[in-house]
Design a binder for this molecule. Structure first.
Ligand SMILES: Cc1cc2nc3c(=O)[nH]c(=O)nc-3n(C[C@H](O)[C@H](O)[C@H](O)COP(=O)(O)O)c2cc1C
Length: 203
């Protein structure tokens, strides 16, 4: 017997619970931005993925606060048109979580989390030295979904990797060195340390 749900009859909260528990694992983008005065901000987003390589587009899903005001990340991207996606390794998992706390606007979560802000090369937002990889992005398109959620697409214009993560000749990225964590449902996260190879059958 299957258990089935009519999504059109569920509440938003019910749909959220089913979706985040089922669409797993979701990578986590630790998004760094700056406000109009150049102050840094960082927050994690697991509604995140890569959508296109040519042009190189990634997307994050940013929800408004319950009172409909923008999260700092959404506000800053709107004002500066740039952001940086830092990949979250197991090593910086705790620091990422600190960045997810509800700090008031203007507080630099990177400082609170003990992470190092490095100056962006092509964008005003900083990248995080401790992250295994970071993508500097220019806002490409923002989709307004419903009343309170934006899908922000960014075009990657520059990338940083920690030593040993990428082979600069072959451009092979070592998943063991990235050691990314993923978000599952609720507060559960996972590593991606259990891997296997699969070759697409040749017809
Ligand atoms: C692992 C994790 C994933 C999250 N994913 C999202 C997400 O995809 N979208 C979102 O709007 N908030 C997400 N949040 C909540 C935001 O990080 C949180 O609201 C944060 O305080 C926003 O910070 P800001 O106001 O500095 O932008 C997530 C939090 C955590 C810990």
């Amino acid at each position: 017997m299957a258990v089935s749900f009519d999504f059109t009859a569920l509440t938003g909260r019910e749909r959220y619970k089913l979706m985040i528990g089922t669409i797993i694992p979701r990578p986590i983008a630790l998004v760094t931005t700056v406000d109009e005065d150049g102050r840094s901000n960082a927050a994690p987003f697991s509604f995140f993925n890569c959508l296109s390589a040519d042009p190189p587009i990634l997307a994050i899903g940013v929800e408004n606060h319950p009172d409909m005001s923008f999260k700092d990340t959404g506000h800053n991207i709107r004002m500066t048109e740039v952001f940086t996606v830092n990949i979250v390794s197991f090593e910086i998992a705790e620091a990422m979580h600190v960045c997810g706390a509800k700090y008031p606007r203007g507080v630099d979560e990177l400082k609170e989390a003990g992470l190092t802000a490095m100056p962006g090369v092509k964008v005003a937002s900083p990248w995080i030295e401790e992250a295994p990889a970071a993508f500097e992005c220019r806002r490409h398109v923002t989709l307004e979904l419903g009343k309170s959620r934006q899908i922000i697409m960014g075009e990657i214009v520059y990338a940083h990797y920690r030593d040993g993560v990428v082979d600069p000749e072959r451009l092979h990225v070592d998943p063991a060195m990235v050691d990314a964590i993923a978000r599952l449902g609720g507060d559960t996260c996972s590593t991606i340390r259990d891997r296997f190879e699969m070759l697409t059958p040749k017809l």
